[in-house]
Write a protein that binds this ligand. Structure first.
Ligand SMILES: [Fe+2]
Ligand SMILES: [Fe+2]
Length: 325
């Protein structure tokens, strides 16, 4: 088995008694792996503990299967988060775990390592902060009531937006936290949309359905302002994340100059995530470089120039490291 095709997973991340959606291996030596659990079998507490006793901290899965494991974690997060008897501290931990999973998914795309790890730290600290802000915590609850799909997407947009902020060399802690949080909450208005509509590819929506779909930034903005004291920057990211530089976005058709600088970043992160992580509109996601080419040459790069330059820097590192490998 080629090591390049394998991904290590901390043993602690496997939950005992759960049916695993992937084949699991133990690494014997460089490039040598042995299958210990087949897809569809249940993980046993004793078995996991026995490996830890032998100082094995990681189990391995095939890279091509990674998304199945991350989907399971996110689904699990959704189940826990929807239980009303779970306290907000536990919920934050679960969101952080889901974010961790999604961050690793992004990491395997090969984006810039330094930018990536800084963004990861910022996002994780930010999610911990949510517990202490009751209004934001209530928005987070709304996000948790959305589908797994929205949750997965939101965590990924938060991660990519934060990476763009890091690549921008934005320094302020508050700035970066707002970016991470706004990325996480940008689609909160989708809670008000029928779940069937969210499963439908946009190309198949009727005129009325498209109109309804395009209300989600406004509905999200209403939810956030209704709570009072949610920072304006976060409200702007929710309301303006579908605007673009050409003034062809929605709901206000605002040109770049009139949108909030954070919203410009979330708009690009949103598009990039939609192209690189499977969803109803893009069942076969593109590698990051292809996604950038698509934004640039097919869509005519309708996003903020500086934000796009930063995203390119993050992705180009992947190209450099692939070429030098
Ligand atoms: Fe959206
Ligand atoms: Fe979105």
């Amino acid at each position: 088995m080629n090591e390049q095709q394998m991904v290590p997973i901390l043993i602690d991340e496997f939950i005992s008694g759960l049916v695993v959606p992937v084949d699991i291996y133990v690494k014997l030596s460089e490039g040598k792996f042995v299958l210990i659990a087949k897809q569809g079998t249940k993980t046993q507490k004793d078995q996991l503990a026995s490996y830890q006793n032998k100082d094995v901290n990681y189990l391995w899965i095939e890279k091509k299967d990674y998304h199945k494991l991350s989907n399971q974690t996110i689904q699990l997060a959704g189940i826990i988060l929807n239980k009303s008897d779970v306290d907000s501290g536990t919920k934050t931990q679960v969101v952080t775990a889901a974010a961790h999973t999604m961050f690793r998914h992004l990491e395997h795309m090969g984006l810039d390592g330094v930018v990536f790890s800084q963004a990861k730290q910022i996002a994780e600290v930010t999610y911990q902060l949510v517990e202490t802000h009751s209004r934001i915590s209530s928005l987070m609850d709304s996000l948790n009531q959305c589908s797994d799909e929205v949750m997965r997407h939101s965590v990924a947009v938060s991660a990519v937006a934060t990476m763009i902020g890091v690549a921008h060399k934005w320094q302020g802690k508050g700035t970066m936290e707002k970016l991470a949080l706004g990325g996480l909450l940008h689609d909160i208005g989708k809670k008000a949309l029928p779940p069937e509509l969210l499963k439908k590819p946009k190309a198949l929506m009727s005129f009325e359905e498209t109109q309804l779909y395009e209300t989600h930034p406004f509905k999200g903005m209403e939810m956030a302002t209704g709570l009072g004291l949610v920072p304006d920057d976060i409200v702007a990211m929710i309301y303006q994340h579908h605007e673009n530089t050409m003034g062809l976005g929605f709901p206000q058709k605002l040109r770049d100059i009139k949108t909030h600088p954070f919203a410009r970043i979330v708009a690009l992160a949103d598009e990039f995530v939609n192209l690189t992580i499977a969803n109803p509109n893009c069942p076969e996601p593109k590698p990051p470089r292809e996604a950038l080419n698509y934004i640039q040459f097919v869509k005519g790069q309708p996003y903020n120039k500086e934000a796009f330059r930063c995203l390119k820097l993050i992705v180009d590192t992947e190209q450099k490291s692939t070429r030098s490998a």
